[in-house]
Design a protein around this ligand. Structure first.
Ligand SMILES: [Zn+2]
Ligand SMILES: [Zn+2]
Ligand SMILES: [Zn+2]
Length: 408
């Protein structure tokens, strides 16, 4: 196999640690029975968090430069300007829009209210059963929504332990520009992320974390192989408080004041996790490609029914359009929808600077809303039936406590 390397480190003899591992200098194992008379100040306490610090990327000066790949800190790249050509498509033919929605009958209004009452355990049903209808005012709410499906590409240096895998380096040709790398989402309007190795950017480097040795100084004993005995705090003896603080043999360290490091087993070194003890890394540019759905909407509803309720129910789709770039709606019975479409289309046109818009879709749903006015026991109240599901909003329902406390 051909291994591409630019580094002088690669020719170095490996396997022999070159940094200080001082447990040998401390005459380990110490003589049995030795009674240290003072605390061994050079033994470190056990590190409560012996995890090595997270490795960073190799130093940038050791990595190759590739045209078109920006600063490589994971910031999304600007899309190429050619993708804006879809803006020059002519507007589609305007559609005939009918916004008539079904009107709720008295029977449906009563059934819907009875259902609503049955779902609220405290509500009494007598008012819903006996009330008389005085008026039903039907109307349509409109729910406009706009979605932009975009793609962003963020390059970043990445590495993995080198264990002999194929290296596709600059010797195979020039690295393709980020937006020239083929990648398709699994489906339109579905969020998805993939990572791709950029062709011809790989190389083998000595591991920056262990300078190519495969092993690192143990974080627990700081390379000494021994840690201070926790029980006697390194003194080699303990005090017996029951007998005039008499000194006692420390059975934890056999009165040596120090114990073998439990993490490195007294070797002073542990395997380097960054290179998986291999000493070498495969470095390459990883391109993260992310497909995102940006969604905005607007509700036009003219009664006192809370607007957000319209989003949760079904209605009839009276307008829909899916194009690489949709055109703002300029023909609709309600001018507020035209205005909302213009605002949101404009916002999506300029809102995603570092993303390429692949497809957009907009639609308007007409949702039936009926304001029902009724009379019960000489008291008037009203409620709403909305959506094809005949959902009910009845904050003024007169019999909200079946035990009688709120009965009018
Ligand atoms: Zn001890
Ligand atoms: Zn250790
Ligand atoms: Zn390493």
């Amino acid at each position: 196999m051909f291994i591409y390397s630019e580094s002088p480190y690669l020719n170095r003899t490996q396997g022999q640690p070159q940094f200080a591992c001082t447990h040998g200098q401390q005459s380990y194992p110490p003589n049995q029975g030795q009674q240290p008379s003072k605390v061994l100040d050079d033994d470190p306490d056990e590190n409560p968090n012996p995890q090595p610090p997270s490795p960073s990327v190799p130093p940038l000066e050791e990595l190759n430069q590739f045209s078109g790949y920006g600063n490589m800190d994971g910031t999304p790249l600007q899309p190429p300007p050619s993708y804006n050509e879809a803006l020059h498509l002519p507007p589609p033919q305007s559609q005939d829009i009918t916004t008539t929605v079904p009107v709720v009958s008295e029977e449906q209004a009563r059934t819907a209210l009875l259902n609503h009452v049955s779902q609220n355990c405290c509500f009494g049903s007598k008012a819903a059963n006996k009330m008389k209808f005085t008026n039903i005012l039907p109307s349509s709410a409109f729910h406009y929504s706009l979605e932009s499906y975009t793609e962003k590409r963020s390059p970043k240096w990445a590495y993995e332990p080198y264990h002999g895998q194929v290296i596709d380096g600059p010797f195979n040709g020039a690295a393709p520009f980020p937006w020239d790398i083929e990648a398709r989402p699994p489906a339109l309007f579905q969020s998805h992320t993939v990572n791709r190795e950029v062709p011809h950017t790989a190389s083998i480097k000595p591991c920056h974390d262990c300078i190519g040795l495969g092993r690192k100084r143990c974080c627990n004993c700081r390379g000494k192989g021994m840690t201070r005995c926790k029980k006697c705090k390194g003194r080699g003896y303990t005090f017996d408080y029951r007998i005039n603080n008499e000194r006692r043999h420390c059975d934890s360290c056999n009165s040596r004041g120090r114990v073998r490091c439990s993490v490195c087993n007294a070797h002073g070194q542990t395997e380097c996790l960054t290179c998986n003890a291999r000493g070498q890394l495969k470095c390459f540019i990883r391109l993260t490609i992310e497909w995102v759905v940006h969604h905005d909407d607007h509700v036009v509803e003219r009664t006192s029914l809370p607007d957000e309720l319209i989003r949760t129910v079904s209605g009839e789709t009276v307008f829909k359009q899916e194009l690489p770039r949709v055109w703002p709606i300029n023909h609709f019975p309600d001018v507020n929808i035209i205005e909302a479409s213009n605002n949101l289309v404009q916002r999506h046109l300029t809102g995603f600077q570092a993303e390429r818009v692949i497809m957009q879709r907009q639609k308007v749903r007409a949702v039936p809303v009926a304001n029902i006015h009724c009379q019960w026991k000489n008291n008037s109240f009203s409620y709403f039936v909305y959506g094809f599901e005949h959902k009910v909003h009845a904050p003024d329902y007169p019999q909200q406590c079946c035990c009688g406390c709120a009965v009018l």
